[in-house]
Design a protein around this ligand. Structure first.
Ligand SMILES: [Zn+2]
Length: 246
């Protein structure tokens, strides 16, 4: 093996992934002369899902590039909003992101989620099979080669997670069009057709109903509506205009 030294600079947004002594500009790295740049970047703890352009001595190179002696590497973060070519934009969330999944659905964003832990191989396979962007805070999961596309979720707070995902991917927002329980599309429903699914108080107080086309759950302007409306209005103010409204 031909050992060689390169210098590597991570974009400021990516430095949180690296050990403290590898966050400086132009950090010296010893490589074996045969590892790809993608491998070197991963050895810093940075998931490749978070990496945008890779520059070597100012030239753009692919992750498969093998850096040579004395080269200067610059690792940039993904640009926002990030394009995900090849399929309609939709997501798959890991077991720890249930609140984020429900908020995305509230905004009409296609967000698959199972409250039962499927395990990393099954999640990665599902991402590939359904071409869904896998959202996770687990770097090990995001390193799996079989995932279709992925993104690290930077915060552990649901409100910041939502802003992170909306700002990063700019999905089309269609509030009140998707079931927050199962991700199925909602359709308008009248009181007669859903009446037997409602308690008497709800039936006599509310008029506007929608029903999930998959799990048949019924939605109405109920007790939690103000809180949900605040989430919707804040997201619309910052990230888009509504396509439909209930
Ligand atoms: Zn449903």
């Amino acid at each position: 093996m031909n050992h060689c030294r390169i210098r590597l600079t991570l974009a400021p947004e990516l430095r949180l992934f690296a050990a403290a002594d590898r966050r400086a500009e132009r950090t010296p790295v010893a490589t074996d002369g045969s590892s790809s740049l993608g491998h070197v970047v991963e050895s810093f703890g940075v998931p490749l899902t978070e990496v945008g352009a890779l520059l070597v001595d100012g030239r753009r190179v692919p992750v498969s590039y093998v850096p040579g002696a004395d080269e200067e590497v610059e690792v940039r973060a993904v640009t926002r909003p990030q394009e995900v070519p090849g399929a309609p934009l939709r997501f798959l969330l890991d077991v720890h992101l249930g609140t984020l999944a429900r908020r995305l659905r509230l905004l009409g964003v296609d967000a698959a989620y199972e409250s039962e832990d499927l395990g990393d191989p099954a999640l990665a396979a599902l991402s590939a099979a359904e071409r869904r962007v896998l959202l996770s805070r687990d770097r090990g999961l995001l390193r799996r080669r079989e995932i279709w596309a992925g993104a690290y979720v930077y915060s552990d707070r649901p409100d910041e997670q939502l802003r992170d995902v909306l700002g990063r991917f700019a999905p089309r927002l269609a509030p009140w069009s998707r079931c927050t329980a199962c991700n199925g599309p909602l359709r308008d429903a009248d009181k007669q057709s859903v009446g037997d699914r409602l308690e008497h108080g709800t039936r006599s107080t509310y008029d506007v109903f929608a029903q999930c086309t998959e799990c048949e759950r019924v939605y109405w302007r109920g007790a939690h509506h103000e809180r949900l409306e605040a989430i919707v209005n804040e997201a619309l103010r910052e990230f888009g205009t509504p396509a439909t409204a209930l």
